[in-house]
Ligand binder design. Structure first.
Ligand code: C2E
Ligand code: MG
Ligand code: MG
Length: 532
């Protein structure tokens, strides 16, 4: 019993005692006089005297009965309230409040017995789409179905709770064998591989699972939950239907990310970022046809920091929008200046990251930068990676189509690495496929790579889109690509990413170069110098 319930019970007892005392005392003191007053004769006095005791018992029975009924009503209201405060009304599973209480209890038990237990989190991806698409009532049915499937697991843990929206938590009481949580995660995977039917709609849920084991992954409720939450985010980054156990390196990565984030914020506020352009060529004529814009960050103490390090942090923290804004602004400024100098019109590609495809902000930033510098949108290209576009193909088709309507062209970056289904790929409104560097590295010796690239070129021709090979480092690669029909290329052989001024000079020279081989010789000599 809780302390407040105990105090309530004591108060009720005292009240009842006082009421009993007052009525009994009044009865003892006044009943004889009342009886004498009421009795008209000695016979009725005798009758009333003997009836007095029975009347006392009746009055007390009514008092106690009424009081007990009132207590009963109060108690059921309290129980109902307690139930609502500890259970989720949709799934009837314990809610987060009782989950944390149960977990604290379980950790106390493990501490005393020296045993291990685990917290497991289960989160469904894109659940909002079910609510949006089928309505809230259908969403509730799906959640109830989820609860039933979890309760029906072969090794269903005793505590299964709904923490919030589409996030569930399990307490695995016996995790002495670290394989037990892994086995339960596997069972969950099996349970959700089956579709569910809700209002005649077939729903297949994608999920992520994380777990952390007491005491090694966290020795308190907050440490354990924090470890599981951190791991859940890591699992989500890997992809759908991934289960992960906590690793200490995740904490190091988080600390490092915090550090990078604050330094990157500082760099953005103090013009610490710059832009490089990497040239793209027509492999047959050696004509300079475009450039890819690549963000550069040189840290005052640590020197150059790779985009491979800071772009993922920027994506997670939302700083990516500011980087994109900066890149688009610098690109449009460059296009404006080149036009003023009478340099040839080329296309410049900017990379976009993850969630930037989720809404219309991309188009807004592009339009804003282009208007500010009076730069033509048809000279701009957006590079999206295949995996980025495939996260939500319908949304990607929508956003990319709108960008194309604005005059911007679309390139599919790192093509071939996303294992995308062809039927989805064919729907994307792209102008260009950029064959990923990993398919070029061992050309021409690697027959398998050669086969892949041939297939991609054939696919590009079939779709009527331009093919561009990334990461060309040797002349043999260039010649083979050309021989199998890949017309455009980019790579260290042809030109490294360079500062905007250096690129403008290259563009000016390329315009002046009349002999097709002239430019390549020029670039080859530049490459030899850099290699040395
Ligand atoms: P990406 O879009 O695939 O860019 C090409 C990367 O390949 C660049 O690395 C470039 O320097 C490198 N590269 C080009 N030719 C060669 C070659 O012949 N050999 C080798 N070994 N590498 C070559 P970088 O600049 O380190 O960029 C890495 C990734 O970071 C980019 O991959 C892109 O995904 C991302 N990134 C760079 N700048 C931005 C940006 O402004 N915004 C966003 N969202 N992402 C960016
Ligand atoms: Mg790119
Ligand atoms: Mg690429």
């Amino acid at each position: 019993m809780t302390r407040s319930a105990e105090t309530g019970a004591r108060r009720a007892g005292i009240k009842l005692g006082i009421a009993y005392f007052v009525i009994a005392a009044a009865w003892v003191l006044l009943s004889d006089r009342a009886v004498e007053f009421l009795a008209g004769s000695a016979q009725s006095l005798a009758f009333l005297q003997s009836f007095k005791g029975v009347a006392f018992v009746a009055v007390m029975a009514v008092l106690l009965g009424g009081y007990a009924a009132r207590l009963q009503r109060v108690e059921s209201a309290r129980l109902r309230e307690q139930l609502l405060a500890s259970f989720d009304p949709v799934t009837r599973l314990p809610n987060s409040h009782s989950f944390y209480e149960e977990l604290a209890e379980q950790l106390r038990h493990c501490e005393q017995s020296g045993g291990r237990c685990a917290v497991m989190l289960l989160d469904f991806r894109d659940f909002a789409r079910i609510n949006d698409g089928f309505g809230r009532a259908a969403g509730d049915q799906v959640l109830q179905n989820v609860a039933r499937r979890l309760q029906a697991l072969p090794r269903a843990p005793e505590v299964i709770a709904r923490l919030e929206k589409d996030k569930f938590a399990l307490i695995i009481e016996d995790a002495d064998d670290a394989d037990v949580p892994a086995a339960i995660a596997e069972e969950i995977g099996v349970a959700f591989r089956r579709e569910m039917t809700v209002d005649d709609n077939v729903v297949l849920l994608d999920y992520n699972i994380s777990y952390a084991i007491y005491p090694e992954d966290g020795d308190s409720v907050s440490a354990l939950i924090d470890a599981a939450e951190l791991t859940l985010r890591a699992a989500k980054r890997i992809g759908a239907n991934v289960a992960e156990r906590f690793r200490p390196s995740l904490l190091h990565t988080r600390r490092r990310h915090f550090h990078i984030e604050s330094e990157l914020r500082h760099a953005l506020n103090h013009q610490g970022l710059s832009l490089h352009l990497q040239p793209q060529f027509d492999l047959a004529s050696n004509a300079l046809i475009g450039a890819e814009a690549l963000a550069r960050w040189t840290h005052a103490d640590h020197g150059p920091i790779s985009p491979g390090v800071f772009i993922p942090v920027a994506e997670q923290t939302g700083l990516i929008d500011r980087i994109s804004e900066f890149v688009m602004d610098r690109v449009c400024q460059a296009l404006h200046e080149w036009r003023g100098r009478g340099l040839p019109e080329i296309t410049v590609a900017v990379n976009v990251a993850g969630h930037q495809l989720d809404d219309g902000r991309l188009g807004f930033f592009l339009q804003k930068a282009a208007e500010e510098w009076n730069a033509p949108l048809h000279q701009l290209e957006i590079e999206v990676t295949e995996s980025m576009a495939m996260r939500d193909p319908d949304q990607a088709v929508d956003v990319l189509s709108r960008l194309r309507e604005m005059g911007v062209s679309i390139a599919l970056d790192d093509f071939g690495t996303g294992y995308s289904s062809l039927s989805h790929l064919l729907r994307l409104p792209v102008n260009k496929l950029k064959i990923d560097r990993s398919f070029i590295t061992d050309l021409p010796e690697n027959r398998q790579q050669l086969g892949f690239v041939r297939t991609m070129v054939a696919l590009g021709d079939e779709l009527g889109v331009t093919l561009l090979a990334e990461g060309i480092e040797t002349d043999a690669q260039r010649q083979h690509l050309l021989a199998i029909g890949c017309r455009h290329g980019q790579g260290f052989l042809l030109g490294r990413p360079m500062e905007i001024d250096a690129f403008a000079d290259l563009l000016a020279r390329s315009a002046a170069t009349t002999r097709p081989e002239g430019l390549l010789n020029l670039l080859a000599s530049r490459h030899r110098k850099t290699a040395r």
